[in-house]
Design a protein around this ligand. Sequence first.
Ligand code: CP3
Length: 361
Amino acid sequence: MTGKTADRLVLKALDGEAVWPPPVWLMRQAGRYLPEYRKLRASAGNFIALCTTPAMATEATLQPIRRFGLDAAILFSDILIAPWALGQKLRYAEGEGPLMERLETLSDLDRLDLNRLKAGTEPVMEAVARVRAELPPETTLIGFAGSPFTVACYMLEGKGGNFARSLALTYSDPGLVASVIELMTTATIDYLSWQIEAGADCVMLFDSWAGLLPPDLFRAHVIHPTTRIVDALHLRHPGVKVIGFPRLAGLMALPYIAETGISGFGMDTATDAAALARLLPRSVALQGNLDPLLLRAGGVSLDHAVERIAGELAGLPHIFNLGHGILPDTPLEHVAQLIERLRSLPQRLLEDSREHATSRI
Ligand code: CP3
């Protein structure tokens, strides 16, 4: 890293460095809780247009940075833009979330074409380049994709929910599930690689539904494709950092961290940060994991939770975040309170944690 790039605190943490106080960004930090986002969203008409018009995607990405001065910006897009670019029909219905024309059989996969990915995601790459050019030099830019399993859940189900059909298919039509995951693994390697080339400093894989799988299928559909993606990205972009977020993985977090080659692990709300930290190789950064409901609730409980989470991970590489996305009805003042509280955490908390660590040995 050279010059100002060296000041990007999120990258430092991903490099295994303990930064105090920890850098902070929030999952879904661009979104409906921001009045300026709601205005932009209304002017765009539909959500896909918002994601695929570079000027608008750039604006949405920068809005939370301007308002709160977070340490990282995350590209404004969605995990379903990649399968959409391959040719799968997608729309976002008000109040219903994403709706896709679902894949019924292997032959439906013929409608999807890897050769379309480049042209279909060109506007995303332009947005990445514009954001990087406009961001303050010390702000990290995070590119992202959905992980193959989570994206496959939507492709096979056609909508969100409990993914009963997608999960049943893992047993009744394993060939279909494996083919969709294979296609998305190949697509994701290119898609993330292009984001890095366009200016993303690091990338994150969102695996929101990983925790629905039993251990053997978690290995096959989560750990294996994630490892392939991380290995391929490292080959193409030596040293690039990948953050993994296999939500609700439970104990499978351990082989996921040990085997995939990720540099950062996104902890969901249910993760005991202190317990996980004790089990880890020091070089993996932990990201998370304030309860989004507590951010919405605010008050002194919010202050205490910020202090507790940061305190538990003090002296370790940590990126402060939520355990899942910010809720649309979160008051803006609570976000400001969180950041202020975090940035004014006393040095004492770090020193206390050091004493604690020494007394444990
Ligand atoms: O974090 C950010 O600010 C960057 C943008 C981002 C969005 N979606 C924008 C978005 C990111 C990183 C995502 C990831 C995403 N999308 C995930 C993984 C993370 C998670 O929350 O589990 C998933 C599962 C999706 C799929 C998706 N997209 C759903 C289920 C929905 C509907 C629910 C909702 O929050 O509205 C979306 C739509 C979506 N993606 C919106 C935004 C801002 C809202 C659309 C709108 O403004 O109308």
